[in-house]
Design a binder for this molecule. Structure first.
Ligand code: ADP
Length: 468
């Protein structure tokens, strides 16, 4: 039995205050959740796609109905401004709707067989029980992006959200329960200690697949463990996105795009630009427009009107940003604006860092290679297309890349040449429930969203039929 005393606190990163206490699951609860998912798999995978679609559509509708309350919970536990939280709730709900539609389109195929008396039929079936681990930066959408396709495919799931942001997860699971997803099909474990969950997901024979979104470091550990038991794996990990502005692009428009995408979620996104390569002929104008916009950003508690940038998630995150900025400035980068912790007006109770622009960033600085996950825009001047393509690709990561150009040929060459899973061409928001999201190299394995996203939860089965 669960010890009712065992719980952990969730903090508001803007104020340091406790928002709630949630149950702190241990090995017994983890085992119970896996057992429930295992027990219900047979029935759930046997429901019609029409029924599964209906439940997912209802979950979408209920999320929409509760949008404001869900957004508020997210802002309180994660810190992002309320407007951004509303956008995320919408994005999160979109996965329920999209996969409600996809559930009914899990098509198979027939293949001409080599013998006259033979028939080949290809069918897709759910992989089984799925263990999912999600991060704190997008507390709702990272859950629905896994749960919606898994349920649509006929899989049952056990989800462990990040310990910093379990409240959005709890609300989403309440919705699944209220719309009538059968008991035991979708299971939530909130815990302050992720390690036993990772161990169970990667070793328990009742689990067939693990899907993880988080750091490359943890992804590597889980991937290696899952490899030993040959479980199917999807991983969405870190990134180090290049943002390339060619001389034919409008530097004002590009700087506007840069300010919008870089400071989204206070830079705590795996698709956040981490190297802004700007052609030398326009770098001054780009930098000055970007700095003007950045200076107008208002950092603060996301629940307050007019706040455009929230806090970082915790103290080590602020310390990391501070270290990267100090390292860059020490090696010759120019601090254009920001560059310090924000402590005034009560911000010292949270984890705030001033939106920052660094010019003259180059190889050899930590920020040039290491993911920042914070509100710093590092600008790197470049001279020609070949060298910038090579520099942009010179990273272990391969998630998102952005290009600003009005030249069609440049756009095509960059789209084809960049070794990244998501390329925004004059577009800072190349994401949607309908579009495949995921990376190459150290950014992960597999795709989420789109048609590809449901394939991750399906096995392919070939039937060879001999007829007389
Ligand atoms: P971040 O640096 O973004 O916090 P993490 O990879 O540490 O990324 O965390 C992402 C998710 O992975 C969270 O849900 C966290 O609890 C979980 N996690 C962290 N370490 C482990 C581990 N050793 N095993 C399983 N899950 C883990």
């Amino acid at each position: 039995m669960r010890d009712p005393e065992r719980s952990f606190s969730v903090f508001n990163p803007a104020t340091g205050q406790t928002v709630a206490e949630v149950p702190d699951a241990g090995p017994a609860e983890i085992d119970r959740a896996i057992a429930a998912a295992h027990r219900t798999f047979g029935d759930w995978s046997g429901t019609t796609a029409y029924r599964r679609a209906e439940l997912l559509r209802d979950a979408y509708a209920l999320m929409m109905e509760r949008k404001e309350a869900l957004a508020k919970v997210m802002t309180e536990e994660q810190g992002k401004p309320l407007k951004a939280a509303r956008n995320e709730v919408q994005y999160a709900a979109d996965f329920f709707l999209w996969y409600a539609e996809e559930a009914r389109r899990i098509y198979g195929s027939t293949i001409p067989a080599p013998r006259a008396d033979q028939r080949f039929i290809v069918a897709h079936q759910p992989v089984g029980v799925v263990g999912a681990i999600t991060p704190w930066n997008y507390p709702s959408s990272m859950i629905t992006r896994k749960v919606a396709p898994a349920l649509a495919a006929g899989c049952t799931v056990v989800v462990k959200p990040a310990e910093q942001t379990p409240l959005s997860a709890i609300e989403i699971f309440k919705i699944l329960d209220e719309v009538g997803v059968p008991n035991g099909v979708a299971n939530l474990i909130t815990t302050s200690d992720p390690i036993p969950v990772g161990e169970a997901f990667t070793t328990d024979p009742r689990i067939q697949k693990i899907t993880f979104t988080g750091s490359t470091e943890v992804g590597r550990v889980l991937g290696a463990a899952a490899g030993r038991s040959l479980k199917r794996v999807s991983m969405e990990l870190g990134g180090h996105a290049p943002f390339v502005v060619f001389p034919d692009a409008d530097p004002v428009h590009a700087a506007k795009g840069a300010s919008l995408v870089k400071f989204l979620n206070t830079g705590q996104a795996c698709i956040s630009p981490n190297r802004m390569y700007v052609h030398r002929s326009i770098v001054e104008e780009f930098t000055s427009v970007l700095a003007d916009r950045v200076e107008k950003l208002v950092a603060g508690n996301g629940l307050m009107e007019g706040v455009s940038v929230g806090p970082l998630v915790d103290e080590p995150s602020v310390a990391k940003v501070e270290r990267q900025v100090a390292d860059a400035v020490g090696k010759g980068a120019d601090l254009v604006t920001g560059g310090r912790r924000l402590l005034e007006g009560g911000l010292d109770r949270g984890f705030f860092f001033a939106p920052t622009v660094l010019a003259g960033v180059g190889e050899g600085m930590e920020i040039y290679r290491e993911e920042t996950f914070g509100p710093v825009a590092p600008i790197v001047p470049f001279d020609d297309e070949d060298s910038v393509l090579k520099a942009a690709n010179d990273t272990r990561y391969g998630l998102a890349a952005y290009v600003y150009t009005n030249d069609l040929s440049t756009a095509v060459r960059m789209f084809e040449g960049l070794r990244f899973g998501i390329i925004g061409i004059n577009d800072i928001n190349p994401t949607a429930a309908a579009a495949p999201f995921g990376g190459m190299g150290d950014s992960g394995l597999g795709r989420e969203g789109g048609q590809e996203g449901i394939a991750e939860y399906l096995e392919t089965k070939l039937g060879g039929f001999s007829i007389r």
